[in-house]
Design a protein around this ligand. Structure first.
Ligand code: AMP
Ligand code: ZN
Length: 111
């Protein structure tokens, strides 16, 4: 998708080191970390909202969550972490390419 910053990162047009990559997703560090560790898991398929999900996108997200679980130790998240998927205006979504925030590396405050 043109003008999508995450599509550009996925294509390699914007450099961003990948902590993990496969055919369905990448994991990168968030450029403005909100916790000691803050990663983004970004599906390679461009869509913005959970409400756009079809069976193929659901399979992709299932893969993302299964892989996140496998990567916990590699990412330093073995003591627990928070998973956030911001949705739309009220959710504070600023990049309209669905992504999964992973926050950890410290005890997080209540929200
Ligand atoms: P959201 O507000 O849920 O849409 O999250 C977008 C996230 O993308 C924010 O936490 C930003 O800090 C992060 N972000 C924006 N541009 C980049 C980039 N080039 N590399 C890594 N993270 C980015
Ligand atoms: Zn995109």
């Amino acid at each position: 998708m043109e003008n999508c910053i995450f599509c550009k990162i996925i294509k390699g047009d914007i450099p961003s080191p990948r902590l993990y990559e496969d055919d369905k997703m990448i994991v990168i560090k968030d450029i403005e970390p909100k916790a000691k560790l803050h990663y983004l898991c970004i599906p390679k398929t461009h869509f913005a909202l959970l409400s756009e999900m079809d069976s193929e996108k659901a399979e992709t997200l299932k893969h993302c969550f299964a892989k996140i679980a496998q990567l916990e130790e590699t990412l330093g998240l073995q003591d627990g972490y928070r998973v956030i998927v911001n949705q739309g205006e009220n959710g504070g979504q600023t990049v309209h390419h669905l992504h999964i925030h992973l926050l950890g590396g410290e005890k997080l405050g209540d929200f």
